[in-house]
Design a protein around this ligand. Structure first.
Ligand SMILES: [Zn+2]
Length: 156
């Protein structure tokens, strides 16, 4: 549960303004990471996990011919990798290098359930996740699954 930083009233975690006292909450004060920083972190993660996937691929293979949906071994490994590291530390190795972090809308650490949720989009549905995010949630620079899981990516 989330509480107003001014008056302490309970409120929805997405609320921009407190329903009790009207105080603006701090979501816009977070210093958001740029899409460029996030893209570079993604590339680092994809290369690292891709190297591991290359070792595992001979014994595991998933046909992936569905547009926009990718269930290859890289995707499964990336999902586990992101969900675990970002759920426990807030950062994948790529994010650590880029000095950016996944947080909730108040800037706090995310738990594992949020991390699992936010990782689904970028691991399996990346094009849709990003395109819908750019179109709909650009003010907070959220992927669709950032929006759904109540997370943003910020600079450290
Ligand atoms: Zn308030």
């Amino acid at each position: 549960m989330v509480y107003c930083k001014s008056c302490g009233k309970e409120m929805g975690e997405d609320a921009e303004f407190c329903p009790g006292c009207g105080a603006r909450q701090n979501v816009h004060e977070l210093e958001l990471a740029t899409w460029g920083e996030r893209f570079l972190a993604f590339i680092i993660d994809a290369i690292l996990v891709g190297m591991v996937a290359g070792i595992i691929r001979p014994v595991y293979w998933w046909p992936h011919h569905t547009p926009f949906i990718d269930l290859g071994v890289n995707n499964v490994l990336l999902f586990l990798y992101w969900a675990y590291l970002e759920g426990t530390q807030g950062q994948s190795l790529g994010k650590k290098v880029m000095r950016i972090r996944v947080v909730d809308l108040r800037g706090g650490a995310i738990d594992m359930s949020r991390s699992l949720y936010q990782a689904v989009g970028k691991a399996f549905l990346l094009p849709l996740d990003v395109i819908i995010g750019l179109l709909m949630y650009g003010d907070r620079q959220q992927r669709l699954f950032n929006y759904l899981s109540g997370t943003v990516v910020v600079k450290e």
